[in-house]
Design a protein around this ligand. Sequence first.
Ligand code: ZN
Length: 302
Amino acid sequence: MLQKYLDRFNNEPYGPLLPANNSRFFKTLVSIGALFPAKRAVRSQCKVCGAELLRHAWTYDDQSLICLKCGGKVELWQPLAAARVREDWLPAQLSAQLADAEPVCLVPNRLWRLATVSMGQKNVSVYLFRYIWTDEVDQTIAALDADATERQVLLTTKRIVPAELSGNGRMAIPLVKVARIEREGLVTSVEQLESAIALLDPNPERSTPAGRWFELSDDGSVLRLQGEELSLQRKQRAFALAIAEAHDAGQPRPRQSWVLRRAGYSTKNTSISQICSRKEFARFIDWKNGEVAIRRHLLPPA
Ligand SMILES: [Zn+2]
């Protein structure tokens, strides 16, 4: 639901009216404050310049509506209910949930500093970037440079983000990876933010590698632990390599869903025996609480 909302939030010009209906989507967004309640609206088309516009209007206003572009006479369509996106809702919610803070707008309608949070030994400034396809990102990058902080994380309103936004201690993460909308409102997970940062961050000095207590061959075919070896086949190799990759990025216990996706498995796999039916496998790999890890100590043979 969050991405669907963000698609509206990303509309240009900012804050247009959205034709409303009785769907769960609309009801939830209004009840949590992400949208203003729907009100009567009319769509008008200018008889002179052709401009089309949807705007709130009372019945008694209809006769006096004129084109906002050229002042010409307009033709009105059937009235409908429409709601407006509450522009301050998203940045305010994110700031409050990340650090009990208030957002600071750095580029109007585009970029907000949400909060500064500490992760590992570093302070990380978190931003919301409302990214529009047609945008030049230069202005955003200049604003981020001017706001110099040790590390910067941009939460973006689109799933795909321009590559130039990452690098030099800065990284962009789609907001939908760390937040979701539920019936009660926006839910932001600092934990998911931390693991997203750790997994994205290729620079070992910026993370806190715990040091490997196991050996994994480069192709992932052999895992060695406490002098014993486990041989791995096909996708199991990708599975072990993914755990090791997260491990090196400072996440020795990555989420099962991330590892499964990374290794090309369906996230519907719910038990370790679906990855490998050999009992041996579970002696080396720990799988619980939604996380997966390479064990520090081998389990005794079954
Ligand atoms: Zn006009």
